[in-house]
Design a protein around this ligand. Sequence first.
Ligand code: ADP
Ligand code: MG
Length: 357
Amino acid sequence: MIDVTLESVSKRFARAGDTAAVDDVDISIAAGEFFTLLGPSGCGKTTTLRMVAGFYFPTSGRIRFGTEDVTHRPPNKRDTGMVFQNYALFPHMSVAQNVAYGLKIRKVGRAESARRIDEALGQVHLAGYGDRRIDQLSGGQQQRVALARALVIRPRTLLLDEPLSNLDAKLREETRVEIRRIQQEAGTTAIYVTHDQAEAMAMSDRIAVMESGRVRQIGAPQEIYHRPATAFVARFIGRSNVLDLPVVTAAAETVTVGLPDGSETAVTAPVDHGLRAGDTALVSVRPEHLGLTSPTEAGALTGRVTEVEFTGMATNLVVEVAGEPVQVAAIDVPAGTAVGDQVGLRLNRQRMWVVQP
Ligand code: ADP
Ligand code: MG
């Protein structure tokens, strides 16, 4: 295991014009960490991972493994294990032959190879499957073979690019737990790419949220969820209401804003919020931090229900407050609540948080 550092890394593709696929990215990943690149399609996740693997070289910037500068080193000289979305297995070869691939390239001897293949298949809970053909295995099993093939070379970093996207929902949830277990047991630094925020939160020590080639925020799942840096992060991680509210007074880590009913409330803000009285603040509040109450309750916002959706665990509602739709996820909703009802909304003011545009 090893720490991985990206310093001001950018990648421009010749044919893609002036826009950078990856734009001035700084990331420090600790040895043994499970680190995820998360963002919508096209934001630069795969390009970033391929630069760590050595399949692409950065246009500018540096990549280090520990103190070694690997920026322009070819993939086979980096000791990275890579797992791709489509697994990239050889379908007519056996499981053992597929897993052996990286060992052959490294000219590992026959006896040592056999031992390491058994070990890798054991790690992914496929002991005894060495002689099966790939096309006789389920999608989930193929995914584990791909993992074993990456692990068998005892990589310093394990790189995974959307490895679960070909699996159905239930298997995806089971397999994400498995990947995390395997990574912990192997003690390898892992860099994981996904566009699925639930997957990222469930698996990662830390997450970098990317948008348009740039890293918008790096943090632990809880931090990114509760203290999103920007409106994009707030909306991309889970769901969120981002309200435009007038700033009444602004202090170091608190901003007092006006609410649609004319009342005021203090909201926590990052130290460098840069807001002043008279500005408009963007305030994020999660649907689960709004509760439904009577429209006459003191301090409640009032609005009209425009959507109601019962999901079992919670009821999702949209309530129009002063012309703006507000999403609410409520565990307890009075029976008979329907579109058109006038309701009160109780804000959990401790959970409101100022974000950047
Ligand atoms: P993600 O993995 O987040 O979906 P990618 O890293 O694949 O995003 O792509 C980021 C951007 O770079 C996209 O606009 C994509 O079209 C572009 N891109 C990726 N690979 C190449 C390439 N080989 N040549 C030209 N443009 C590319
Ligand atoms: Mg990709």
